[in-house]
Write a protein that binds this ligand. Structure first.
Ligand SMILES: Nc1ncnc2c1ncn2[C@@H]1O[C@H](COP(=O)(O)OP(=O)(O)OP(=O)(O)O)[C@@H](O)[C@H]1O
Ligand SMILES: [Mg+2]
Length: 246
């Protein structure tokens, strides 16, 4: 049984079809990259999975349960964790407190005390190497540190599915390689499926994803193992604007 199944999802904004009849399946522990040019519907699809938007058509099935119209705060305890394309920390709370919130509202919600959440936060913060900054207000972090904190907060949720929206944008290539290795290691250890929505950072996609799904103008045009997907003439055309042989 797949962990996540989207059946024929359509999401419109007025007359604009942001996501057009997209179906896909993600297995437990799988690493999937969703790519596509700007405006192709990645973040919208992401928001449909996390519950920020409800689709006009189609169904979202998670772990065998229809969650199409379940409120977002009820999805986190089921095991859907996410990062934001634009990090939205509680700026005046410390890094440690921000990450602890992840633990409190994730799959452990109702099962951990505040102290236990802070312990989980400390461990997770160490894993993303932010320990020197953990008592700073989140608002004082650099953009890259904020992204790392986002990842830590999502991991502290102990998700079954981790949705990352351009979580590595703006990072130095060496940091991306390190981050990819680190996220993969945790995901394997904790059997987390990762769906990463990325546009420019092919380096992260190639390093991380076993499968790549390509969106173009809201539609899924390719869904294949990474190498095959990135060599697909349709993908080359979408990114370069013409078929490769021209
Ligand atoms: N809240 C909204 N209201 C109206 N239109 C929206 C809204 N959110 C997204 N759109 C539109 O839906 C389409 C898909 O946008 P989306 O943000 O999902 O793309 P994306 O692939 O994430 O792009 P990017 O790579 O720039 O992050 C775009 O045409 C966008 O302008
Ligand atoms: Mg986006």
């Amino acid at each position: 049984m797949s962990l996540l199944k989207l059946e024929n999802i359509t999401k419109r904004f007025g007359g604009l079809i942001a996501v057009n009849k997209v179906s896909l399946e993600i297995s437990k522990g799988e690493f999937v990259g969703i790519v596509g040019p700007n405006g192709s519907g990645k973040t919208t699809l992401f928001n449909v999975i996390s519950g920020v938007y409800f689709p006009e058509e189609g169904r979202v099935i998670f772990d065998g349960q229809d969650i199409t119209t379940l409120q977002p705060y009820k999805r986190a305890p089921l095991g859907i964790g996410r990062t934001f394309q634009i990090p939205r920390p509680f700026a005046s709370a410390t890094v440690r407190e921000n990450v602890a919130v992840g633990a409190m509202f994730g799959t452990l919600s109702g099962k951990v005390s505040v102290d236990e959440s802070l312990e989980i936060a400390d461990k997770t913060i160490e894993r993303v190497r932010l320990q020197e900054h953990k008592d700073k207000p989140a608002g004082a972090l650099t953009p890259v540190e904020k992204k790392l904190m986002e990842i830590a907060r999502a991991l502290a949720m102990k998700p079954k599915l981790l949705l990352m929206d351009e979580a590595m944008a703006g990072m130095h290539p060496n940091d991306i390689d390190q981050m990819v290795a680190f996220i993969k290691q945790i995901a394997v250890e904790e059997k987390i499926a990762i769906v990463s929505m990325v546009e420019h950072i092919m380096r992260a996609v190639v390093g991380m994803a076993e499968k790549v799904i390509v969106l173009h103008q809201g539609s899924k045009i390719v869904d294949a193992p990474t190498k095959e997907a990135l060599e697909d003439p349709k993908v080359v055309e979408v990114y370069l604007g013409h078929p490769p042989e021209e």
